[in-house]
Design a protein. Sequence first.
Length: 310
Amino acid sequence: MTVYPECVELTDVCLRDGLQNLETPIPTEEKIVLAEKLIEAGFNSMELCSFVSPKWIPQMADAANVVETVKKLDKAHKVRFIALIPNLKGMERAVASGVDAVTYVISVSERHNINNVNRSCAESFAQIKELKKIQPQEMTLCLALATSFGCPYGENISPECVLNAVRTGLEFGADEIMLADTIGAANPAMIERVLEAVLKFLPPDRLKLHLHDTRGLAMANYLVAAQMGIYRFEASAGGLGGCPYAPGATGNAASEDLNCMFTEMGIKTGVNQEKLLKAVAYIDSILPGCTTSSNWKRISGAPMRISCGA
Ligand code: COA
Ligand code: ZN
């Protein structure tokens, strides 16, 4: 019989990956309400924002304000707050904000890295040393390897490319690694191949997975990863999101789908599905038509009957 982790750690990334693609600025107050609802749902890990150039991503211009306000909501400090950073300036801003962890993004694909952060992969890797110099002891530096399963510009991404990036990142001092399927190109066999290679270098407690659901394969991909002992996953409430520098990339995997799958399988997530659906309903109210929540709306209020073989 397949062995699964007893519990999994879900990080909601809606406030960053979910919102970054939207042209209409979302008022800071609405971001705070959403954060409050996600905390209330029980996420003990959340990505709140990115400290990137406001010229590139105007939606994140209020990042410092969001972190400052949301931290005050979590008086018992139960939640690990994360911010994405693209460079040293982002790290300086993240340190000043007091987030618990940063996600430093480098793409496995050279072209995507240039389009996303305006520098070569080698330059991005070399900068990890500079980040380490100002990293507070209690802060975690997670290296997110974007385009780990496919590149929007057609570059060939093999498991060896990913493995090389993982090893380079660890050599430069990343505390943990996240493999990101930026455009939703992965399938379960690819996940298995890449994770098999990476797990030889890194224990599951230092590895995270961030998947997009472009082709409806995200849940199958998460499941295969869980079967391999991976238990730290990122997803976005309402399936909101997409990378502005990855043409064609659609939404993230939905946190509510992932939470439903694991919870109904008896795997603890710590996240209350009903409360999470309330957060999704709030997103629907401020961003009508942007979430993937229509199926949930149809069944909410009527518990699904689950029968074997049906
Ligand atoms: N936060 C705020 N401002 C920043 C910044 C940061 N992290 N990094 C650079 N800047 C500012 C500089 O101070 C400078 O400002 P000025 O014109 O007022 O002097 C300006 O941006 C240009 O700086 P430069 O270092 O030349 O940046 P760039 O134009 O080469 O852009 C990045 C590099 C990394 C800042 C930009 O590509 C970026 O923000 N990318 C993020 C993309 C993203 O979020 N993708 C989705 C998530 S993976
Ligand atoms: Zn993403």
